[in-house]
Design a protein around this ligand. Sequence first.
Ligand code: CTP
Ligand code: MG
Length: 246
Amino acid sequence: MSKTYEAILLAAGKGERLGAAHNKVLLPVGKEKRPLFDYALRVFLKDESCRRVILVIRQPDMLYMKQVLESFYHTIPKKLIFIEGGSERQYSVEKGLAEVSSRETEYVMVHDAARPFIDQKMIQALFKEAQATKAAVVAIPARDTMKRIKDRKVKETLYRPEVWQVQTPQAFHVNVLKEAHQQAKKEDYLANEEGELVERLGQQVSVVLGSPINFKVTTPEDLKLAEGYLMRQESIHCTSDKKDIR
Ligand code: CTP
Ligand code: MG
């Protein structure tokens, strides 16, 4: 069984719904004012099972990203590479995936850089599940009742115990994810997350319990919420976690 994976960390969006002057993942947050994308990046860099992080970015953000990483890490971390993304999230994943060779790596993890609250435990549980089943996603049970609505009219009430909210990270056998992307490309199909593309192959996708705190920073309210969590987290953990990640 392969002991390592490569991570595709998605940072090539524009952050339009957040409405900041720059891509939201560049925004400095928390006490240390580290850019939002660096929170998830740091977790992958520290994870010994992660052999490489493919940071998918927009060309105009590249210079700033490199500068800010150099200031926080002194140098660009060795296992980090930069790849230019595409116009849609799925195309960004595709470009990252093109860098992954199934001869070198058996597993790949895809994560939104806009989700800063991942941890080692979550990643390890997900990786273990993917090694056993080839495809695994992190998700949480829906807390509210979910209904299908069209033109502000309720069409259907979904059975809540079976409704979950899917997050990232998501982990796959490299060949499975590559095949899923090839199929989607052939059929011109766009999805919001990789799990759906893999489901369309008829491949079972298993679920690992995520966390409500693993939300995606999408709107200005989310950013405030993230700031609040980071301030509290950092005051609890402070800088006790100083393992060298260069
Ligand atoms: N992303 C990407 N390439 C794209 C679009 C999105 O790599 N073409 C990344 C984003 O940087 C983010 C993640 O995918 O980390 C989830 O996307 P989303 O929350 O939609 O981010 P944005 O597309 O940047 O935001 P918005 O849709 O509000 O513009
Ligand atoms: Mg988007």
